[in-house]
Design a protein around this ligand. Structure first.
Ligand code: SAM
Ligand code: SF4
Length: 334
């Protein structure tokens, strides 16, 4: 089978698809409170267009799909897209990243349609701090979404926590307790400079090293060995740890302090059908124009493979050459 190899020898087998740029939250690290403008409906890829692209990417060696956004569960009947992707031969793993607001009502449908795994963003266990992070007082809805995902057997349920110094970094130990008490993998993500008006500075980033040290001080952590036989395991951006006495697991994603670009196996499609080889890419390839212009599959596949050849070596966050992409994370697809 063909595969998507770049000039640094990395193979892309993991495609993140944004299904909408819209969101009902206003997380302070992602988008401003006011002034977001959304794409018109006809600018979004249809489910059929996403299905066709998934087929093409599968012929190019992609085996893992993550649906994201914006808030993906705002896209009407997302479960139908999950079912469409599930039907693509060679797609082994379908995951979803969500803020959880609509999850309680949709988890069972999504599971039934073939969703394998879910990541729910939850930046605080305290409703007041949650409202500061998300700028919406929706803690209870998100929490209920997590409970329903667990009840209906989505496994594993991962909780994504973006830490911002001085806002929610007091909760590292509380999140570790959650990971021990419940079958939830808590993943701490370093704050990246990609939101609009996000107030990012290097001082606001809580290095994952500090997260590990603080948790280890109260409950001994053991690194989870990455199985060298599994190419996917080695490529995972999260460093994983379990607790020495058994229950629970945490992960840390050190995008700023220890970038994992050298092992990156990801590529992305924005909700308006632009192909990006990196979250921080400054260039995009317009797949929607090809789809709507009647291009055959072979031409689209060749365009994708050509774009992957030009994949950047890595991002330059906190280095002199760093340039922020114009789009926010919500518009690229996180
Ligand atoms: N709305 C969904 C959600 O929040 O889970 C999916 C899209 S969101 C853009 C995907 C992930 O990106 C979330 O886990 C969010 O916390 C993370 N994210 C957004 N902006 C970020 C930033 N500036 N730094 C680090 N992570 C960020
Ligand atoms: Fe919405 Fe997700 Fe961005 Fe928060 S992180 S504003 S939930 S897209």
């Amino acid at each position: 089978m063909a595969n998507l190899t770049d000039t640094f020898g990395r193979v892309a087998n993991n495609l993140r698809i944004s299904v909408t740029d819209r969101c009902n939250f206003r997380c302070r690290y992602c988008m401003p409170e006011e002034g977001m403008e959304w794409l018109k409906k006809n600018m979004l890829l249809s489910f059929e267009e996403i299905g066709r692209l998934t087929e093409i990417f599968a012929t190019l060696g992609v085996t893992k799909i993550r649906l994201t956004g914006g808030e993906p569960l705002m896209r009407k009947e997302l479960w139908k897209l999950v079912a469409l992707v599930r039907g693509v031969r060679d797609i082994r793993d379908i995951a979803l990243t969500t803020n959880g607001y609509f999850l309680a009502e949709q988890a069972r449908l999504l599971r039934g349609a073939g969703l394998d795994r879910i990541n729910v963003s939850l930046d605080s266990l305290d409703p007041a701090t949650f409202s500061v992070m998300a700028r919406r007082a929706y803690f209870d809805r998100t929490w209920e979404g997590i409970e329903e995902a667990l009840r209906c057997g989505l496994s594993p349920v991962k909780v994504n926590v973006v830490l911002i110094r001085g806002v929610n970094d007091g909760e590292i130990e509380a999140f570790a307790s959650l990971a021990r008490a419940r079958p939830i993998i808590v993943r701490f993500i370093e704050f990246m400079p990609i939101g609009r008006e996000d107030g990012w500075s290097i001082e606001s980033v809580v290095p994952t090293r500090e997260v590990i040290e603080r948790i280890d001080a109260v409950a001994h952590l053991v690194p989870v060995d990455r199985d060298p036989a599994s190419a996917d395991a080695v490529k995972a951006p999260a460093e994983r740890y379990r607790f020495a006495d058994g229950a629970g697991e945490i992960g840390v994603i050190s995008s700023v302090t220890q970038p994992f670009c050298g092992d990156c196996n990801r590529v992305r499609i924005t909700s308006d059908g632009k192909f990006r080889t990196c979250l921080f890419s400054l260039k995009e390839t317009d797949l929607r124009a090809l789809l709507r212009g009647g291009a055959p599959d072979a031409e689209i596949a060749a365009t994708i493979a050509g774009a992957v050849k030009g994949k950047e070596e890595g991002h330059l966050i906190n280095r002199p050459g760093f340039v922020r992409p114009e789009r926010t994370m919500s518009s690229i697809g996180g």
